[in-house]
Design a binder for this molecule. Structure first.
Ligand SMILES: Nc1nc2c(ncn2[C@@H]2O[C@H](COP(=O)(O)OP(=O)(O)OP(=O)(O)O)[C@@H](O)[C@H]2O)c(=O)[nH]1
Length: 378
């Protein structure tokens, strides 16, 4: 019996030992990777990795359609921006009206009127001219209940000059695109303005190419590229530090090749010295004109910079033949009088005004609408 018991015990222990061994092997098999077989991992990645591209394949098959923005149309933009202009410049108009509506227009009142105009950057000569006209008209016509508002409106419109041709020359001749060169000191809103003009043209169904010739600052190139992408407009660019003239050349070439209506070229506006600026802008213009005439040279000025803006205007007008002025940031300044001052200084019309940071916050300038916004109503 003892022997039989011993044999049975050995058999049980043996069975248990085999079971435990199998269990260890199974667990070990799960835990450990398959035995390495001469670089298999590299040549044939594990199944999960092989399957990865198949799992992401649908994303590749469905290409992301670029969502293009639809720029705001001109009519609704004008209504919206006139209100904004009235908001920023209303103080000037209201100030003048309340002074002119006094019972007695004595010397103190006329001095106060002059101060309001000078504070709004109208400039000395235009201020004196306007005050003289107002004095004469209100004295002569004063006998019959003359409406000071009507007289002021007429004289302000005359001062802003409603007869200047403010149309943007964005069309070329003989099958070449119109070429708009945009110049100005960095920070005035030049790149933003190029983007906004592109949107205005796209809203009018014109085809546009942008040239990022402000190669001095990589961020400016990126900024312009983003503006272009948003409305599906091609932006020609070069690596940082590329010769701006070569970017300008390539952008006009692309405009010609793709039969675009307009090419807008953003330029660098470093004012370190006039000779350098003249060399750079002169070369850009010369190189462009090997292919197509420049139809418009827009100078961008920041309305909040007052006299500084006027100095910039003088320098740029000596360097290039400026054909139009863009006054930016008029929403952030009550100094709308700079419209008058800068037109007088350069003899060139303000063609566009920037009225905010929004993509469609740029409006064509109109003398009567501007004065009505100043005076708060039509
Ligand atoms: N409030 C307001 N801000 C504006 C207007 N136009 C441009 N800006 C802002 O002014 C800043 C400068 O504009 P940019 O377009 O970068 O100026 P830039 O002259 O091209 O300067 P760089 O990019 O350095 O070449 C930005 O923050 C714009 O959003 C405007 O009409 N109103």
């Amino acid at each position: 019996m003892d022997l039989l018991y011993l044999i049975a015990l050995i058999a049980v222990v043996a069975v248990l030992a085999i079971g435990a061994g199998v269990g260890l092997l199974v667990r070990g098999g799960r835990k450990q990777p398959p035995a390495p077989t001469g670089g298999t991992d590299v040549i044939a990645p594990p199944p999960t990795e092989v399957e990865a591209p198949a799992e992401t394949a649908p994303a590749v098959e469905v290409p992301e359609a670029p969502v293009l923005e639809k720029p705001e149309g001109t009519a609704s933009r004008l209504v919206r921006l006139r209100q904004r202009l009235a908001g920023s410049q209303g103080g000037l108009g209201r100030g003048l009206l309340s002074l002119l509506s006094r019972d007695r227009l004595d010397e103190d009142t006329w001095e106060a009127i002059e101060d309001v105009l000078l504070t709004a950057d109208v400039g000395v000569a235009p201020t004196q001219e306007l005050v003289e006209k107002l004095r004469t008209r209100l004295r002569v016509e004063g006998g019959q209940t003359v409406d000071a508002r009507t007289v002021l409106r007429e004289e302000l419109i005359a001062l802003v000059d409603p007869d200047m041709d403010r149309r943007l020359q964005v069309s070329g001749a003989d099958g070449t695109p119109g070429v708009v060169l945009v110049v100005g000191v960095n920070g005035t809103g030049k790149t933003t303005t190029v983007g906004k003009i592109a949107r205005i043209l796209v809203a009018e169904d014109r085809s546009v190419v942008l040239g990022a010739a402000d190669t001095f600052r990589a961020a400016a190139v990126e900024q312009l590229a983003t503006w272009g992408e948003r409305v599906g407009v091609d932006v020609v660019r070069g690596p940082e530090g590329t010769d701006p003239a070569s970017v300008a050349f390539e952008s006009v070439k692309e405009g010609i090749d793709t039969k675009a209506d307009t090419v807008i070229v953003d330029t660098a506006g470093r004012l370190q010295n006039k000779a350098g600026l003249m060399d750079e802008l002169g070369k850009v213009k010369r190189v462009i004109e090997k292919q197509a005439p420049v139809t418009e040279v827009l100078l961008v000025l920041d309305a909040t910079t007052g006299q500084n803006g006027m100095i910039q205007a003088r320098v740029f007008s000596e360097v290039v033949n400026v054909t139009g002025i863009v006054l930016t940031k008029l929403d952030g300044s009550a100094k709308g009088g700079i419209v008058v001052a800068v037109q007088r200084e350069l003899g060139v019309p303000v063609k566009l005004v920037g009225l905010g940071e929004g993509a469609d916050d740029l409006a064509p300038f109109d003398a009567a609408a501007f004065v009505d916004a100043l005076l708060g109503g039509s």
